[in-house]
Write a protein that binds this ligand. Structure first.
Ligand code: TYD
Ligand code: MG
Length: 450
C-alpha cells in the first residue's frame, strides 16, 4: 500500500516545521515564510555501498584556487576562489561591494583570459560599463548581463562558457518564472540555490552580493548563509574611506584574516601597511599611553592604548572603556591595585584604543596595565617600547600567540624595545627584548614613582 503523502510547511527563516499553513510563522513571527515541502521519501540503504569510510582511505587534495589577483580579497578567501564554491558578500549600501566584485571579475578575466560573467540586477549596462572603464577593469573577456531574470542570465553559462560568475545582487533577481517579486524570502532562496547549483554543476566559482538589514545581517532567509561555502562581510567606519573585509564563515579557509582597502577615485586599492590605520606614529611621551602590536588573523596591527586618570569627585570611581571590554579593564585595574600596590580607587579611569579599533586579543592586557599605571602615576612610559603579554589574576605575565610575527612588525615600525613574558621562547635580533615575569616587576622597571 503506498504511504500517504504528507505535506509539511517549513519556515525558511527559522526552520520551524508544521503541517498547517499559516501566514505568520508561530516560531519567529515572520510573515509569508512558510513554504510547502513534501516529506522526503524514506532513505533506502543499498547493500553494496558502505555507509562509512575510513578517513585515511579518502583521496583528498587541497582544492585548486583561482586567485582574483586582488591580494587582500584572496587572503580573506584563504588563497583565492574555489571552483564550484559560492561566496556570499554582505555590506551596507554604498560600501563598495559592486566595485570590489567588478574589480575581481575584471582581474580574473584579464589574468586567465577566460570569460567572466557579471550579472547586475541593480544597475543598467551603461552604469556598469561606465564604472568598469572608470576603474579600468573593462576587458574583452568580461561579459555583462543587466536585468532581473537569473534564468535568462545563466543561459549562456549552461553552455559551459564562463569561468567565474558574479551576481549583483541576490535580492534583485528572480528565477523560476513569475513566482514572486525579487527580494522575497522565497525568491532569495531560489536565486541563491540556482547559483549554487550552477557553480557546482560547472565547477566554476561564483560570488553573490547580498544586502544587509539595519542590524547588519544579510537580508533574506537565514538559510542563505548555510547554502553557500563562504560568507564575507564588507564594512567601513564612519566617514573613513577605509573598508574592512572579513570572513564570517569559510569552508575553504580560516575566518580570521582581515583585508583592508581604501576607496579611491579609481576604485578600491589595497592597504598594505595596516599599522598606519590606527597609529599616527607620534609616540610622544604622554602619561597613560602604551603601544602594542595586536593581531587580526595573521595581520599584525600597531595599536595605541590610552588611559586617563582623573581624581574622582564621586563616591564610587568611574570606569569607562572603548575598544577594550569594560570587565577586562576593571579586572586589570584590580590586578594593578592588589599586585602592584598602586591605589586606584580615588581616580576615575578612562581607557580608549585610538582610531576606533577593538582589541579582543589578550595580548592587550600588559599594555593596558602599563597605560593605567602610567596614567595613575602621571609618568610617561619609555618611548619606542611596545608591550605584549596577557596578565593573569595573580599578576603573572603570560605568553601571547605569534610573538615572532608581532616582534617583526614592531621592529619594522621602528620600536626599539619590546616587553614580553619571560616564558616567551622567541629569539629575534631586530629588537631589544625585555622579559618580565610579574606585573609588579614589569611596571616598576618602566614607571618610576617620582
Ligand atoms: P558601490 O560599489 O556601488 O557600493 P555597493 O555596491 O556596496 O552599494 O560603491 C558605491 C560608492 O563608492 C559610491 O558612493 C561611490 C564610491 N566610489 C568611489 O569612491 N570610487 C570609485 O572608483 C567607485 C567605482 C565608487
Ligand atoms: Mg551595488
Amino acid at each position: 500500500m503506498p504511504s500517504p503523502k504528507i505535506t509539511r510547511y517549513v519556515c525558511s527563516e527559522c526552520g520551524y516545521t508544521t503541517t498547517t499553513k499559516t501566514g505568520k510563522c508561530p516560531s519567529c513571527s515572520s510573515w509569508g515564510t512558510l513554504i510547502e515541502q513534501e516529506a522526503p521519501p524514506p532513505v533506502q540503504q543499498s547493500a553494496d555501498t558502505p555507509a562509512v569510510k575510513v578517513i585515511n582511505a579518502l583521496d583528498v587534495k587541497a582544492p585548486p584556487r583561482i586567485a582574483t589577483g586582488i591580494g587582500e580579497l584572496d587572503r580573506v578567501l584563504g588563497g583565492g576562489l574555489v571552483p564550484g564554491g559560492v561566496v556570499l558578500i554582505g555590506g551596507q549600501p554604498g560600501i563598495g561591494k559592486s566595485t570590489l566584485l567588478l574589480q575581481a571579475a575584471g582581474s580574473v578575466a584579464k589574468t586567465y583570459g577566460l570569460p567572466v560573467l557579471y550579472i547586475s540586477g541593480e544597475e543598467s549596462d551603461a552604469q556598469v560599463a561606465l564604472r568598469a572603464s572608470r576603474i579600468n577593469v573593462a576587458d574583452g573577456k568580461l561579459y555583462l548581463y543587466s536585468g532581473a531574470n537569473l534564468d535568462d542570465a545563466l543561459r549562456n553559462v549552461d553552455g559551459g562558457k564562463f569561468s567565474f560568475i558574479v551576481l549583483d545582487s541576490v535580492q534583485a533577481m528572480t528565477t523560476g518564472g513569475d513566482s514572486g517579486w525579487p527580494g522575497t524570502v522565497t525568491q532569495v532562496r531560489a536565486v541563491a540555490q540556482r547559483v549554487v547549483d550552477t557553480a557546482r554543476q560547472h565547477m566554476i566559482p561564483a560570488v553573490v552580493i547580498g544586502h544587509i538589514t539595519k542590524d547588519g545581517k544579510i537580508a533574506g532567509p537565514m538559510m542563505l548563509e548555510h547554502m553557500v561555502d563562504t560568507v564575507l562581510s564588507f564594512t567601513g567606519e564612519g566617514y573613513s574611506s577605509y573598508r574592512m573585509l572579513r570572513a564570517v564563515k569559510n569552508r575553504y579557509g580560516s575566518t580570521d584574516e582581515l583585508g583592508v582597502f581604501e576607496m579611491t577615485e579609481s576604485g578600491l586599492s589595497p592597504v598594505a601597511d595596516k599599522s598606519g590605520l590606527y597609529w599616527n606614529r607620534d609616540d610622544g611621551a604622554v602619561a597613560g599611553v602604551a603601544m602594542t602590536i595586536a593581531l587580526e588573523g595573521s595581520t599584525p596591527l600597531a595599536a595605541e592604548i590610552q588611559t586617563l586618570a582623573a581624581r574622582t569627585i564621586f563616591q564610587y570611581p568611574r570606569r569607562t572603556s572603548r575598544g577594550i571590554e569594560l570587565n577586562r579593564f576593571q579586572l586589570l585595574t584590580a590586578v594593578i591595585e592588589r599586585r602592584c600596590g598602586i591605589a586606584t580607587n580615588n581616580h576615575d579611569l578612562y581607557i580608549n584604543v585610538a582610531g576606533g579599533l577593538t582589541l579582543q586579543d589578550p595580548s592587550a592586557d600588559l599594555p593596558s596595565c602599563a597605560a593605567i599605571a602610567s596614567a595613575l602615576r602621571n609618568v610617561p612610559l619609555a618611548a619606542g617600547t611596545c608591550w605584549l603579554g596577557e596578565v593573569g589574576l595573580a599578576g603573572e605575565i603570560r605568553p601571547v600567540t605569534r610573538i615572532d610575527l608581532r616582534l617583526k612588525e614592531a621592529a619594522r615600525l621602528g620600536f626599539h624595545t619590546a616587553v614580553v613574558s619571560s616564558r616567551e621562547k622567541v629569539k629575534f635580533d631586530g629588537i631589544k627584548i625585555v622579559r618580565v615575569t610579574h606585573i609588579d616587576g614589569a611596571l616598576r622597571g618602566m614607571v618610576s614613582s617620582t
